[in-house]
Ligand binder design. Structure first.
Ligand code: ZN
Length: 103
C-alpha cells in the first residue's frame, strides 16, 4: 500500500475518533451522573402519605431538623424521587406510587 494513502486513512480514523469522542464524552457524563444518583443511599424511603402539604410544595421533616422540599408538580411527574435535605447531606427516596403506608 502506498504510504500516502495509508496516512490518509489514519487521519480519517483519527478524525472519526475525535468526532465520536465528543458525543462519547457527553454520554459518559450522563452515565456518570446517573451512577452518582444510584450510589446515593437514601436515609429513608417515604411515600406521599408522609408528606406535609404546604400549597405549591410538599415537605418532609429530616431527622436533622431540616426539610426535604418538592414541587407538587413533581409528585405527578415522577414515580420515584431522590430528594436532598435542605440542611444536611442526607437524601430520602420518595415513592409516589405508594398512596399509603402499608403498616
Ligand atoms: Zn437533614
Amino acid at each position: 500500500m502506498p504510504s500516502g494513502a495509508h496516512q490518509f486513512v489514519q487521519a480519517q480514523q483519527a478524525f472519526e475518533v475525535l468526532f465520536h469522542g465528543e458525543t462519547r464524552a457527553a454520554y459518559d457524563r450522563q452515565l456518570l451522573e446517573r451512577e452518582v444518583q444510584a450510589h446515593i443511599a437514601p436515609a429513608e424511603v417515604i411515600c406521599k402519605h408522609d408528606l406535609q402539604d404546604e400549597g405549591d410544595v410538599a415537605t418532609y421533616q429530616c431527622r436533622c431538623g431540616g426539610r426535604y422540599i418538592m414541587d407538587q408538580d413533581d409528585l405527578q411527574l415522577y414515580t420515584e424521587l431522590l430528594l436532598p435535605c435542605d440542611t444536611c447531606s442526607l437524601h430520602v427516596c420518595l415513592d409516589t406510587t405508594q398512596e399509603q403506608a402499608t403498616i
